[in-house]
Design a protein around this ligand. Sequence first.
Ligand SMILES: Cc1ncc(COP(=O)(O)O)c(C=O)c1O
Length: 384
Amino acid sequence: MSGADARDRYLTANYARQPVVFVRGEGARLWDAEGHEYLDLQTGLAVNSVGHCHPAVVTAIREQAASLIHVGNLFYTEPMVALSERLALASGLGDGTKVFFTNSGTEAVEAALKCARKRRRGGTIVSLQRGFHGRTYGALSATPQESKQAPFAPLVPGFVSVEPTAEAISGVVDQETAAVILEPVQGESGVYDLGPDVLRAAREACDAHGAALIFDEIQCGLGRTGDLWGWQRSGVVPDAMTVAKALAGGLPIGAFVAGPGMAEVFEPGDHGSTFAGGPVQCAAGLAVMDVVSDDLLAGVRELGERMTARLAELPGVVAVRGRGFMQAIDLDGVDAIALVGRALREQRLVLNATGPGTVRLLPPLTIGPAVLDEALDRLATLLA
Ligand SMILES: Cc1ncc(COP(=O)(O)O)c(C=O)c1O
């Protein structure tokens, strides 16, 4: 059996994996089993935001793993309490904000949806077209993409989706609406910044009808756009957020961050998870939040603009979207999926295609100007 066949023998086929086995990572660099070095502009889909194996994250994991790995949610651990405080205070959602930890983004979304439905029993969940919120049944029901939903029907009842416009949102929210859930910058569909008008319309519609406004910050949060939260520039504050991906530097974690009005809804027995909020993940999360400083974010904003300018000049690029280190390029006459494969083989550059003509770039927030330029040079060579 060849190497590739052997690798796929016991793995289900729900990923079209690249034929690369990575064995090591450091900062923005990865190494495969044959010793080739790569530059990573994909960061495990917005997870390795502080770079691979950041020394502070590695130390936090090592130290915590040596003292306590799991005790469960019927007790407290110091890292869990400290990270909940850190996230609640950094959330901007106000006094009374509370956190429920999960193991993934989709589970953070499930918690948010359940909370909203308990708050308004039987209420409708409104989500936006092009949105992506996860693969479990609740989150999938809020992800209005035919190819992802259709094979798994019937989905959860009581979900509606509308176009991501102010008018459409204002037109659909009513007294029956439990929540509107949206990504301030839509990631999986190709990096679409919804902008302040859409967020404001959602806020006003939810306020008018007593519905909860949930921002899914799983991809665009924690500094990815150059602000701590994707919604921050709009000034529109949600009732709750979902956070995951980058939070624990690569360990599985998620968080449902519930502001006042949502934070009081869950009572003992309402919701739970065996592993969630484990001390090792939370210790890593605290280390990540230390690294994502105001100075680092200022650098991401500056380098993000430089990246936009360089991307716009590349041959074949017809559109650049996004901000900070969450950007996408649309390519004319180039197969983006094939390009990602060529980038790996020919330039040792790790990219992601969100569709047949769109490449998404998610560099580590810590990459710095020199390595970012090196990576963009490789992309330029590829497209030349
Ligand atoms: C905005 C958004 N929400 C939810 C999810 C689901 O997160 P997970 O894959 O950790 O379940 C993702 C994953 O890509 C995402 O980008």
